[in-house]
Write a protein that binds this ligand. Structure first.
Ligand code: MD6
Ligand code: FE
Length: 209
């Protein structure tokens, strides 16, 4: 049976339940990864705390501190390389990207976000990657969230979409730099994640590895 998908842009899609069959394995894998590179709250250049807890796996990890945003090959907490990108992350991401029309997607970075009730993420663009021809693949796990999908400017009109456990969003091409965010999480419960939500965003940084 072909799964339902929602088109959110010319080259942007939400594939409902795309990761349902492996969702429990993904959550277990996140727990293994965060035992190696723990979730932590980062700060921005201006000294604000990023509310969602974050960590990374893959060759590059996304880091924010007083120097700003960037990709780093070492986890600043341990000064060790980030954990390897699990094969199951790579394969689900490549298959979702393929469904969206982006063949041969080979991510080298995966940002893991963890949200508790009341925590969201403000409107932002994902533009720290060097090669913007690759899409971003985003996997939602646990408690549902409302995704805000805007345009090329912070104040462009925006739409709201529900991202539920197992949903996979993919966007790239002309939608790659659209502003987006997550509304503060409502109090809810999921058997695998309790009151929280995880989001995996898989990227190809375009940096030489
Ligand atoms: C989230 N996601 O879903 C936050 N960025 O928790 C993102 O910021 C995001 O879902 C780029 C592409 C897909 C995303
Ligand atoms: Fe983003």
């Amino acid at each position: 049976m072909k799964k339902q998908h929602i088109q959110i842009g010319d080259e942007g899609f939400i594939f409902k339940g795309f990761a349902n069959d492996i969702a429990e394995t993904l959550v277990d894998t996140i727990k293994e990864l965060t035992a190696m590179s723990p979730l932590r709250q980062m700060t921005t250049k201006r000294g604000y705390q990023v509310k969602a807890e974050m960590t990374s796996c893959g060759h590059y990890g996304w880091v924010s501190d007083k120097q700003g945003y960037r990709y780093e090959v070492l986890d600043p907490l341990s000064q060790q390389p980030w954990p390897d990108l699990p094969e199951i992350f790579q394969s689900i991401a490549a298959s979702a990207a393929g469904q969206a029309g982006f063949d041969h997607f080979k991510p080298d970075a995966c940002l893991i976000n963890h949200y508790q009730p009341g925590v969201g993420m403000g409107l932002h663009q994902d533009k720290d990657e060097l090669d913007l021809s690759h899409p971003i693949v985003s996997i939602s796990l646990g408690v549902p969230a409302i995704f805000i999908f805007g345009g090329m400017h912070r104040n462009s009109e925006h739409n709201f979409y529900l991202l539920e456990h197992g949903d996979v969003a993919v966007w790239g091409g002309k939608d790659r730099l659209r502003y987006h965010g997550i509304k503060p999480l409502k109090l809810s419960h999921h058997p695998l994640t309790k009151q929280s939500r995880y989001n995996l965003t898989l990227r190809k940084t375009g940096y030489i590895s």
